[in-house]
Design a protein around this ligand. Structure first.
Ligand code: GLA
Length: 403
């Protein structure tokens, strides 16, 4: 009887095509590069190849960056059977050849589509072609799909994203699924089983504070997007990350602002998707993007999103519990003036009820390391005196002293 029930169950799974998102991916926040923030629709195969090569040559691959993702506007038309083709002028060698090249560098390859009739750039969307598109991506060697939300009138978000998840599963290739629904339907509440990451907001823009009016929609600055993450930390974790959008590091913010933007993306477990021209980027930009101590905080295996514990006069203090009893602590100065701090650890108790972790500086002494200067700053027995420059951070790693 048990045998019979098991066979019936197996048959049911086969018929209903039981699917799940590709398992084992995104155990830590995905790292890579995406074409949109720097090139928008002005992409071609040479630009993507150059970026992939620079990712290796300039140390990003060694620092953990893995995915090279082409965003919108790679598409041509569908063929007579409905299979999507690439733009033959921009990608004359075809997507498979590009994927092969990226794989030959030891990197992974990502692509972009949309759950509606058209992508945001007006190219063919996947609506009604989900299984066909997933098959095509698998044939090309795609490892990552960013799936957008334009032209989706009357489409149900949960249904649409689950459908593409199932289509990807049926393609037989493990493909990381990056949902880009802008947080409209609160995907953090329902998408842990659907995607590996989901956008929590509309688009980022190359600004520090405030927004940018694009006529019919607003894009948000790095700091505004940071504010929009309020209340979401408990939804982030291994295999399912809040995505506050790709980084603008290197695209025109001041160096201190780039450093602060990057640090905060590390503190909140954001996927680290660079969005600048890696070939032409300054050494300063590359140093920020490849700071291994900051990246280690983002990639910490516990995957607990950081917590804002205080804000006074535009100085925010963030804590992030790390593995082995460590903590990351970040002082973020959003004020227009430098801030002098005299931080008394002994008078501070951070009780993170979500992570079930509490600091107790009276009973545990920590060694303090500055993640950006790579210097030891003493111990938590003494107050920490420092200057946090305007629009910058002081980012620390605390490690319990060994007895
Ligand atoms: C939307 C997305 C962006 C980008 C563009 C492409 O705006 O949110 O990240 O993919 O579409 O057109």
């Amino acid at each position: 009887m048990k045998q019979l029930l098991l066979s019936a169950f197996a048959l049911l799974l086969l018929i209903t095509g039981y699917a799940q998102k590709a398992p084992g991916l995104a155990a830590t926040p995905p790292m890579g590069w995406n074409s949109w923030n720097i090139y928008a629709c002005e992409i071609d195969e040479q630009k993507i190849r150059d970026v992939a090569k620079a990712m290796v040559d300039r140390g990003l691959k060694d620092a953990g960056y893995e995915y090279v993702v082409i965003d919108d506007c790679w598409h041509g038309q569908r063929d007579s059977l409905g299979f999507i083709q690439c733009d033959p002028v921009k990608f004359p060698s075809g997507i498979k050849a590009l994927a092969d090249y990226i794989h030959s560098l030891g990197l992974k390859f990502g692509i972009y589509s949309d759950a509606g009739t058209k992508t945001c750039g007006g190219r063919p969307g996947s609506l009604g072609h989900e299984y066909q598109d997933a098959l095509q991506y698998a044939k090309w060697g795609v490892d990552y799909l960013k799936y957008d939300w334009c032209s989706t009138d009357n489409v149900n978000p949960k249904g649409a994203y689950t459908l593409m998840r199932d289509a990807l599963a049926a393609s037989g290739r493990p493909i990381l699924f990056s949902m880009c629904e802008w947080g409209n339907s609160k995907p953090w509440e329902w998408a842990a089983e659907v995607g590996h990451m989901w956008r929590t907001t509309g688009d980022i823009c190359n600004k520090w504070e405030g927004s940018m009016n694009n006529g019919t929609w607003f894009a948000w600055s790095a700091m505004t997007i940071l504010d929009m993450q309020e209340g979401l930390r408990e939804f982030s974790g291994p295999g399912h990350w809040n995505d506050p959008d790709m980084m603008e590091v290197g695209n025109g913010l001041k160096t201190s602002e780039d450093r602060a933007h990057f640090s905060m993306w590390c503190m909140i477990n954001a996927p680290l998707i660079a969005g600048t021209n890696l070939q032409k980027a300054s050494d300063e930009t590359i140093q920020i993007l490849t700071n291994e101590e900051a990246i280690a905080i983002n990639q910490d295996k516990l995957g607990i999103q950081g917590l804002k514990v205080s804000k006074a006069d535009s100085l925010e203090i963030w804590y992030k519990p790390l593995a082995d009893g460590d903590w990351a602590v970040c002082f973020l100065n959003r004020n227009a003036n430098d801030k002098t701090i005299d931080y008394n650890w002994m008078e501070t108790v951070v009780n993170d009820t979500f992570a079930k972790r509490e600091t107790n500086f009276a009973s545990t002494v920590y060694n303090i390391r500055d993640v950006w200067t790579h210097k030891e700053l003493g111990k938590t027995k003494k107050s920490l005196k420092a200057v946090v420059p305007c629009h910058d951070v002081l980012m620390l790693r605390l490690t319990p002293e060994k007895n």
